[in-house]
Ligand binder design. Structure first.
Ligand code: HEC
Length: 167
């Protein structure tokens, strides 16, 4: 069965279709202005995103960061790039809301618990999907570690799904 294969084989393709659909169908949304974006970030940081005080139980060892990178590269890279900074993702800046650089101060200002919450629950109704059920709790925490230790933008190349030389 197609779904019994490793999710890393079919999930990126499925997501790619989902992410590209609004572009193909023509999305009328205009990009948010800077002040709108700031208001949205304020609301997310203080109200809508949960998990603020949850502590990452997984230590930031080199192995755990590498495992987090591995999990991230099996799925999240379709929208966030291998480096978490959108490298090689063709629609990152044209969808609304845009795919933010995970190295940006706004994203780094979340607590570890909030990052884990975002990964687990997604951000409805934006294009950020929930990963609950796809990864173990520990793997989601490892991805948080990777987000805290992102490599230099562009250093990992472009994802192979977009014809790049990366993973
Ligand atoms: C289908 C595309 C897509 C996939 C796959 C995806 N994301 Fe996202 N992600 C987005 C978009 C779009 C946003 C911006 C959401 C917003 O601003 O509301 C986002 C935002 C984020 C944010 C920042 C939230 C904020 O408020 O700016 C984090 C952290 C994040 N994603 C982590 C991940 C991780 C880790 C994975 C893999 C488990 C992942 N994402 C998979 C599209 C995606």
């Amino acid at each position: 069965m197609w779904w019994s294969k490793a999710p890393s084989r079919w999930v990126p393709r499925l997501l790619l279709l989902g992410a590209l659909a609004p572009l193909v169908l023509g999305c009328g949304a205009r990009p948010a202005s800077r002040s709108e974006t700031n208001v949205v970030y304020w609301a997310k940081h203080h109200i809508t995103v949960g998990g603020k005080h949850n502590v990452n139980p997984v230590p930031a060892s080199a192995q755990n960061i590498a495992d987090g990178q591995q999990a991230f590269s099996s799925y999240c890279m379709v929208c966030h790039g291998l480096d978490g900074q959108n490298t090689g993702v063709p629609f990152a800046s044209t969808i609304a809301p845009v795919v933010p650089s995970l190295a940006s101060p706004q994203v780094q200002a979340y607590t570890n618990g909030q990052l884990k919450w975002i990964i687990e629950n997604g951000l409805y109704p934006s294009g950020m999907p929930p990963a609950r059920g796809m990864f173990s709790d520990d793997d989601m925490w490892r991805m948080v570690l990777y987000i805290r230790h992102l490599p230099k933008a562009g250093s990992l190349g472009e994802p192979a799904v977009y014809g790049g030389e990366g993973k």
